[in-house]
Design a protein around this ligand. Sequence first.
Ligand code: FES
Length: 139
Amino acid sequence: MALYSEKVMDHFTHPRNVGIIEDASGVGEVGNAKCGDIMKIYLKIENDIIKDVKFETFGCGSAIASSSMATEMIKGKSIYEAMKLTNKAVAEALDGLPAHKMHCSVLAEEAIKNALEDYFKKNNIPYDAATLECEHVHE
Ligand code: FES
């Protein structure tokens, strides 16, 4: 069996939503200290809906595929739905990642949460309330 699924290869070779949003409502950046990879997510939010999302990833193929898939999964969704996105869901949507590459999908989840947190802070939305709202639907 090939190490990477066709979906991973597709999103790696044709990543969606690459770029930056100049007037982003929220920006998130995370890095993985071990591999040194960095991911940045830009969100354009209107009325709690993610109207647009872009990413820049300086990292491995799995990190690029994960950011591409994750941005597709939250586009058009509400910020509360986006808060619920887990790295597991991203990996599943990619038809799986090799075990030693699962941490790459964690970067995508964290970068999105980071960008949402930035948006909540900028708009004085209590972050706890937002987190609470998604907790009961988490599992
Ligand atoms: Fe670092 Fe994939 S090896 S994010």
